[in-house]
Design a protein around this ligand. Structure first.
Ligand SMILES: Cc1ncc(C[n+]2csc(CCOP(=O)(O)OP(=O)(O)O)c2C)c(N)n1
Ligand SMILES: [Mg+2]
Length: 560
């Protein structure tokens, strides 16, 4: 649009802080999560005056990191802004999760001014050296910078943000407080970076891949997390429709495709998942892994039996067909190429499609609720406006059996597995997709870490439905090795709304209490709803039983 282009050209962005705000906005960021401190107050002031970006104050910085991660998973890029070290180092764990699970979060940290650093004074919040925090984040991000030179600052911002978009991983930008209002290079024009594939390598990869697929008797696609991150779900759907190939997902990739599609097989996770899915995948003579990373959880703690000779693997780091690898070929180009390649169309044979959930009917009024029945009931509660956000533990394992009909509606830290993700992630996810209502599934242990961020949800008018799975302790750990260290102090979770002066709380012990609480939660949309679901501490989902059994075998092997 000519007017828009002219307006863009006229926009006067002169200081480093303004340029950073402008470039985040240009990439679709509308919210920045964090807590201020004196080293970042100048930038916070700029942020609060920005018309495009809104500041979201969380109670704790780690939660800001989780919220920004979820925001990035839903919207393509997220941002967290904190003060030097006391704030920054609290974001480190959330950044590590974003790195491991490929989520592009921009970590912005204030820092002592460059002039203040002369003669190495003992300024507050400093750890060892002025660059200690930067060194930590170099290990947790795919690109980092300290904006200490106004001549280079705009270019550095471009470079680092391009890396986040390219690798779908976090980046670190340190903004010394005397640089916020420093002027950068006048008339700087950001150049869009688009890494393109090496054409001969792409042609060779496609030729070998199509030959293998066409020669195979029963190829199957295994779709994973990078299809979410690179927004390639529509291409996956097209490929499946065009070729008639069945599609399975990993836990981390769950919901990359609506689970009611006729060609959807289920979640593959080695011996942890459904046995019919495992057999279907492991007996395929051509497994096409798209955007997949073979983590131990994706592989059911290495119980998966996948043969590389019969596999094609395409992810952002590497493309391989059988034992051959191709460099400089992007996942996007490979998938686009596959769609244009002549692949044999096949009739969809019998596949182990997950059974659609039947309507939930309470047994006896006072029948105690179990994990299995709770998740059966939650299947009914999920509709096209729901976004499921699961925390570590039973919440995540039981959730893999949920029947999610719509793509990109399931978020969970299914690899790095840091507890405390879900409540703050629900906040980030809802701000990223305001029409959706998060269904947050969280264990009592994880809730005790970050659950009080419900205050943040209330402050910004959000309305997640939070299910606290109260099994009175660290259930997952109990299954591996039990002791008093797995006990938790007992909270009245359902009364948290009274403390916060917001939301609604429900105590659920029986099937009929669950029915009425969920019905009320569906009606009450003005604020958050917290359902404390009390479970027998010995109750386990089938997935957790299998996982814990495997882990305890490995633990005893390691200590033998
Ligand atoms: C931040 C963090 N600390 C510790 C762990 C180790 N850990 C894994 S599961 C678990 C227990 C989780 O308890 P809860 O949230 O109550 O869920 P449950 O297992 O009872 O379903 C612990 C402590 C972790 N994954 N993340
Ligand atoms: Mg628990």
């Amino acid at each position: 649009m000519p007017l828009e282009r002219a307006q863009r050209a006229l926009r006067i962005v002169s200081t480093i802080g303004e340029y950073l705000i402008d470039q985040l906005g240009a990439r679709g960021v509308r919210h920045v999560f964090g807590i201020p401190g004196d080293y970042v107050l100048g930038f916070y002031d700029q942020l609060s005056k920005s018309r495009r970006l809104r500041l979201i104050n969380t109670c704790d910085e780690q939660a800001a990191g989780f919220a920004a991660d979820a925001y990035a998973r839903v919207r393509g890029l997220g941002a967290v802004c904190v003060t030097y070290c006391v704030g920054g180092l609290k974001v480190a764990n959330a950044t590590a999760e974003a790195f491991a699970e490929k989520s592009p979060v921009v970590v912005i940290s204030g820092a002592p001014g460059i002039k203040e650093r002369e003669k190495n004074p003992l300024l507050h919040h400093k750890v060892k050296d002025f660059d200690t925090q930067k060194k930590v984040f170099e290990q947790l991000t795919c690109a980092s910078t300290v904006l200490d030179d106004p001549q280079l600052a705009f270019q550095e911002i471009d470079r680092v943000l391009a890396a986040a978009e390219r690798h779908k991983q976090p980046v670190y930008i340190e903004l010394p407080r005397d640089m916020v209002f420093a002027h950068g290079v006048a008339h700087h024009q950001p150049r869009p970076v688009r890494a393109s594939s090496d054409p001969p390598a792409l042609r060779a990869a496609l030729a070998d891949a199509s030959q293998m697929i066409n020669a195979a008797r029963r190829p199957v696609i295994l779709a994973d997390v990078e299809l979410h991150r690179f927004a390639l779900q529509p291409q996956l759907l097209k490929l499946a429709r065009q070729t008639g190939l069945p599609v399975a997902t990993t836990v981390l990739g769950k919901s990359v495709i609506g689970e009611d599609h006729s060609f959807y097989v289920g979640v593959y996770e080695g011996a942890l998942g459904r046995d019919d899915v495992r057999r279907f995948i492991e007996t395929s003579d051509c497994l096409i892994m798209l955007g997949a990373f073979l983590t131990d959880i994706n592989l059911g703690i290495y119980t998966a039996r996948l043969d590389p000779a019969r596999s094609i693997s395409a992810n952002s780091e590497k493309i391989s067909v059988g034992y051959r690898s191709y460099h400089d070929v992007s996942l996007e180009d490979f998938l686009a190429g596959l769609l244009k390649t002549r692949l044999r169309r096949r009739a969809l044979g019998p596949i182990p499609h997950p059974p659609p959930p039947g309507a939930f009917r309470p047994r006896r009024r006072d029948a105690p609720i179990t994990i299995k029945r709770l998740f059966q009931r939650l299947n009914d509660f999920i509709d096209s406006n729901t976004m499921v956000v699961a925390d570590v533990g039973e919440a995540l394992f039981a959730a893999t059996d949920l029947y999610i009909r719509h793509p990109t509606e399931f978020l969970g830290p299914a690899y790095y597995a840091s507890m405390g993700f879900a409540v703050p992630a629900g906040i980030g996810a809802q701000l990223a997709a305001p029409r959706k209502r998060p269904l947050v599934l969280v264990g009592d242990g994880a809730f005790q870490m970050t659950g009080m961020e419900l205050a943040t949800a209330a402050r910004y008018g959000l309305n997640p439905v939070v299910i606290v799975l109260n099994n009175f302790g660290y259930g997952t750990e109990r299954q591996i090795k039990d002791g008093p260290y797995n006990d938790l102090s007992l909270w009245n979770y359902s009364r948290v709304p009274e403390v916060l002066g917001a939301g609604r709380g429900f105590l659920v012990k029986t099937e009929s209490e669950l029915q009425s609480a969920l019905a009320e939660a569906a009606r009450f949309t003005r604020g958050f709803c917290l359902l404390e679901v009390q479970l027998d501490p010995a109750d386990r989902s089938p997935a957790l039983q299998r996982l814990a059994h495997r882990l305890s075998l490995r633990l005893s092997a390691a200590s033998a």
